[in-house]
Ligand binder design. Sequence first.
Ligand code: NAI
Ligand code: MG
Length: 484
Amino acid sequence: MTDRSCLIDGRWQPAAQGEWLEMTDPADGAVICRIARGTDDDIDAAVKAARRAQPLFARRPPVERVRLLNAIARRIQAEAERLAQIESRDTGKPITQARADAVAAARFFEFYAGVADKVLGSSIPIADDVVDFTVREPLGVTAHIVPWNYPLQIACRSIAPALATGNAIVLKPAELACLSVFEIARICEEEGLPPGVLNVVPGLGSEAGAALAAHPGVDLIVFTGSVATGSRVMQAAARNIVPVLLELGGKSPNVLLADTQLESALPLILKAAFPHAGQTCSAGTRLLVERPIFDRVSEALAARLPALTLGRGHDDPDLGPLVSAEQRGKVEGMIRSGLDDGASIITGGRFIGNASAETGHFVKPTLLTVKDASASIAREEIFGPVLTMMAFDTLEEAETIANATDYGLVAGVWGRDIARLHRLAQRIRSGQVFINCYGAGGGVEIPFGGTRKSGFGREKGVEALQSYTQVKNVCLRIDLAEGT
Ligand code: NAI
Ligand code: MG
């Protein structure tokens, strides 16, 4: 594959310092290509280009943005297979999951095309000689810092609503995986997005990322990633009084009531736990099971997990490799310290190399039972294929355990007794609750975001329009003496 440079003001160019970073295939460590190593000079040029381009872009009639976003959506659909192949090789994820990501990427543009000319204000009655109304204006330049787990989806999830509402973008993709993002930028350009409206500066988090977060010329920072980095981004933004939208992951519970139909639920529980080998912010990684069915669930999962396949993304296994040796080491370390803290292993827990034992970053899907909800393995985000399981006796206990982490992104509740299901949906602190399901396809239509350390602000759905705009109130007094 060819090297990927920065896109600044409509020109593809190497980083100002001329340096490059190698991108590797996580299944075998082979170098795929290089990306430019952007630094503060490139970020500054990109922000300036976005500042220049944004007012002109925002003043065009909204219908032009509708047509543009629809055209981009169609191109993503037309190139979906190519995008999925790139995403799978780059991130390591199974090709079926990468194909779903490409479908969702197109849907983001299609969905926000549908609302780009319906960003409405309101008229507010005050007095007979006053006309008062609100308009929703773009924020200006939006900074997007994207992680490596879902580069295609997460980039499109913020690019589409930002463009729909008339913002210009500077996007910093992740150094571990980001190749699909360059394809999206190319498609946007080829479909007629004006130069400077979408700028891409790849590079390291500590260089390009930190420079973007600290830049006084941005009007919003949209960040998805770890809590530690999110906090750093928020502190940098605070110095410039720039708002942030933070999506920082989770430790999402799936609560199984005793009347759950296990045959239909368990396959979905596994899908929820191990998307992209568990490297998913919204993964359902904690299983809370009502005591009467605990053993049945444990036995059923002990039988199912070893049957899950591991391999290269393009061979379409159930689980691909983790993104890096570092991530694999982190996951294995957390499993080990969980066992030291008293967790018991039901299945998995070992490194397995069936693509390339030396370099592929594979971890077997792992099921642990945990007795103490305060153990760190039961509370901390692992970001690998590790599912913890705990028993509960009462609804109150389920609620307490479900809320016993610092996170609050997604929750699933399963069973047939509507009153008990709904009570849990009311009491669990999270941004989304699913009942007898988990996720909603790409979930493009429904608001997504967290509470507590999962972050704040909402993406996806019509709600995201609030995140990418601000309200201006215009109050006009009519001079009655003049016209009458
Ligand atoms: P990270 O949060 O450091 O990286 C996410 C993005 O932030 C990348 O584009 C990175 O280049 C950028 N970044 C890093 N340092 C920055 C800084 N000082 N200023 C601005 N941008 C910066 O996450 P990392 O280190 O790749 O993964 C560590 C852990 O974070 C994972 O094990 C996982 O638990 C969590 N994570 C959660 C994600 C989610 O979807 N919520 C996505 C990726 C990681
Ligand atoms: Mg990091």
